[in-house]
Ligand binder design. Structure first.
Ligand SMILES: Cc1cc2nc3c(=O)[nH]c(=O)nc-3n(C[C@H](O)[C@H](O)[C@H](O)COP(=O)(O)OP(=O)(O)OC[C@H]3O[C@@H](n4cnc5c(N)ncnc54)[C@H](O)[C@@H]3O)c2cc1C
Length: 492
């Protein structure tokens, strides 16, 4: 009989110091756990990675956790609320139009726009301020191997995680509780996949196709308040979102600069450029070519004044990133029976078990929700990981496939990657919207709108989508029958 002590001997190792990893460390420390170590391969929490400098929108789902950690007030002070989301479209002729985002419901909790680095720093600062004795965050610390150590009688004796610190020193950890918060390429999940003897592929990611999968992105860093015209009369405002359109019509050359709002007036602006893999931007070889390309695309902007020679050099050499396929892992935990009478728990959270292109802005919210539900499971089991981890799985699993299906279908054509695809998707979208206005009890609003309501779970939203789809088919059948009946009447 395994005799698992509460808090697993308080020896916790978290792989990955992104949103999920740092939030998990804070959640455990708040519950009274001590001796929590986080390994993060980046060199600092606020390390600026241009191609990972996207903005999060932390909605009510993510705020359940920031409320629990007592961080929502601070979050609200360093971010831009969705209720204040204004978008300015700047056309190639220099004309511009500002509009307020229509999706925002003023009766709902505001969501907050915040750059990834600022959100990760918020969590790290909280650790440094209040939890230093309980949580240790090691930066420049990459987990390179996880293995089971067997004793002479071939029984598992221990779990060992090996980390490379500062690219040379090797440190070994023997955690009782290991958490994989290490993102899409998770070493924790892939190790569990190798260990899994069931041959059921329960630790393999299940992939779903999406029209945005495979799109490539790069980020251009711009000064905080850059000129929006060649006369230097108008400058960008930090808290404003921008969509800057190019004058080029050819889909292989056309680009847009998308900028999301930031609160910090000194924070550089980051313009996301998202294209098909065959787009001309990936062929640019030198700074001169890149300057020419951007000047031709955006004659309304003083490109050479806005983009420094260092930044254009970095931009042209950056290989950017590629949007992944929506995917999830069905199994979220692993219990390792170790001798004598010892149990080691391993749990997976965040992008390590569900990730998708950024179409619906739920990556960080779903990661924070995982942490919230793990806290729930620990609360209900008196922090006994042998009971908590199966409970965590049963609380979280029902939402995972719906989340991925929503990521796959809600707004995948927003990047103008294909006119026909976008047109067909728009018909479906506006049909649902119109029918919802007329017959709300039969037809739900499009899922992209339903996702803005944080009180609905992903499962509830997906159920509404499916019921609406079924009712749309019934409506279509009814119309066909009526036409058929009229046709018969007309000819007889
Ligand atoms: C281009 C792009 C745009 C996005 N836009 C949005 C958006 O608008 N809204 C949104 O909600 N989400 C967005 N996402 C998704 C979002 O970034 C993730 O869902 C979210 O960051 C998940 O947090 P996480 O902590 O689980 O994983 P991550 O943020 O990936 O963090 C994992 C951490 O683990 C570290 N790590 C990995 N392996 C190791 C190792 N072996 N040893 C030590 N450390 C390791 C990594 O350095 C990283 O810091 C976007 C993603 C991309 C790629």
């Amino acid at each position: 009989m395994l005799n698992q002590s509460d808090r697993a001997g308080d020896n916790v190792l978290i792989i990955g110091g992104g949103p999920a990893g740092l939030a998990t460390a804070l959640m455990l420390a708040k519950r009274g756990w001590t001796n929590v170590t986080v390994l993060e391969q980046r060199i600092a929490s606020d390390y600026y990675e241009p191609d990972k400098s996207f903005n999060y929108l932390i909605d009510g789902r993510g705020q359940d956790l920031t409320d629990l950690l007592g961080l929502t007030e601070e979050l609200s002070q360093i971010s831009v609320p969705s209720t204040e989301f204004y978008l300015t479209q700047v056309k190639h002729d220099g004309s511009s139009k500002t509009s307020k985002l229509a999706v925002v419901d003023p009766n709902r909790k505001a969501a907050y726009w915040i750059p990834r680095s600022a959100f990760v720093s918020l969590l790290d600062n909280e650790i440094q301020r209040n939890w230093q004795g309980k949580i240790t965050v090691l930066f420049n610390a990459k987990c390179i191997e996880i293995r089971q150590i067997a004793n002479t009688s071939d029984e598992v004796e221990n779990l060992e995680a090996i980390a490379q610190i500062n690219t040379k020193e090797i440190i070994k950890f023997s955690p009782q509780f290991l958490l994989g918060c290490d993102g899409i390429g998770s070493i924790v999940r892939s190790t569990l996949n190798e260990w899994d003897a069931s041959n059921s592929d329960q630790f393999a990611m299940k992939l779903f196709p999406s029209p945005s999968t495979g799109l490539r992105y790069k980020v251009l860093t711009l000064p905080p308040q850059f000129p929006l015209d060649n006369n230097g009369k108008e400058h960008s405002i930090s808290e404003m979102a921008y969509a800057i359109r190019s004058q080029i019509k050819d889909p292989k050359q056309k680009i847009s600069l998308g900028l999301l709002p930031v609160k910090d007036l000194n924070q550089p602006r980051t313009a996301n450029i998202i294209t098909q893999p065959g787009h001309g931007i990936w062929e640019l070889k030198s700074s001169g070519e890149a300057y020419n390309f951007l000047e031709t695309s955006f004659p309304q902007l003083p490109i050479r004044q806005i983009i420094s020679t260092e930044e254009i050099e970095r931009f042209v050499t950056s290989t950017g990133g590629t949007f992944p396929a929506p995917q999830y892992c069905p199994q979220l935990y692993f219990l390792l029976k170790a001798a004598p009478e010892k149990l080691i728990g391993i749990a997976l959270l965040g992008d390590a078990v569900h990730c998708f292109p950024p179409d619906i802005g739920q990556g960080v919210n779903s990661a924070l929700q995982d942490v919230y539900l793990l806290n729930e499971a620990l609360s209900q089991t008196n922090d006994n990981i042998a009971s908590a981890l199966p409970l965590y799985q049963s609380l979280r699993s029902p939402d995972l496939e719906p989340l991925i299906r929503l990521a796959q279908t809600s707004f995948p054509w927003q990047y103008n990657q294909d006119q026909i695809g976008r047109f067909l998707w728009s018909i479906n979208f506006f049909m649902r919207l119109a029918l919802n206005r007329v017959l709300p009890f039969l037809y739900s609003a499009p899922s992209f709108f339903l996702l803005q309501n944080h009180q609905l779970s992903y499962r509830q939203i997906w159920q509404k989508v499916q019921v609406t789809t079924r009712n749309l088919y019934l409506l279509l059948l009814l119309i066909i029958c009526l036409l058929f009946a009229f046709g018969i009447k007309f000819y007889t």
